[in-house]
Design a protein around this ligand. Structure first.
Ligand SMILES: [Zn+2]
Length: 128
């Protein structure tokens, strides 16, 4: 995904934000996205990527669009939330608090919180 494609996706997602997010979150993200689009070059592309990575719904939307476009290269998105490690591999994860287990099919899938809401799951076995 090059910078131009990222800008195109950012332009396309703008009108979809109210469907993806709560209205206050959508309004805030739309403002950030327009500001990022106004920045030229790589700095703007990085800002766009950072904004779109800020919410699971927009990350999922981006992945879906890239798949639909036949671009299955790894998505260059950054995950700024504490506790989320974007470079963690696919595998089996478990909650250290209650033992809840979850299988991550691919590295593109976000690692969820424990279903009891305890804390981010931790890797226990790598499968690929
Ligand atoms: Zn738990």
């Amino acid at each position: 995904m090059d910078d131009e494609e990222l800008r195109r996706l950012a332009t396309e997602i703008l009108p979809a934000l109210p469907e993806l997010l709560d209205s206050d979150v959508a309004a805030r993200m739309a403002g950030e996205l327009r500001a990022a689009l106004a920045e030229p070059g790589g700095a703007g592309a990085l800002a766009i990527s950072t904004v779109l990575s800020g919410h699971a719904a927009t990350r999922a939307w981006m992945r879906e669009r890239l798949r639909a476009a036949g671009l299955d290269e790894p998505v260059r998105l950054y995950v700024p939330l504490a506790g989320f490690a974007p470079d963690q591999p696919a595998g089996r994860y478990a909650c250290p608090a209650c033992g809840y287990q979850w299988f991550r099919p691919t590295v593109d899938d976000d690692i969820p919180l424990c279903s009891q809401g305890h804390e981010p799951l931790r890797l226990t076995a790598v499968t690929g």
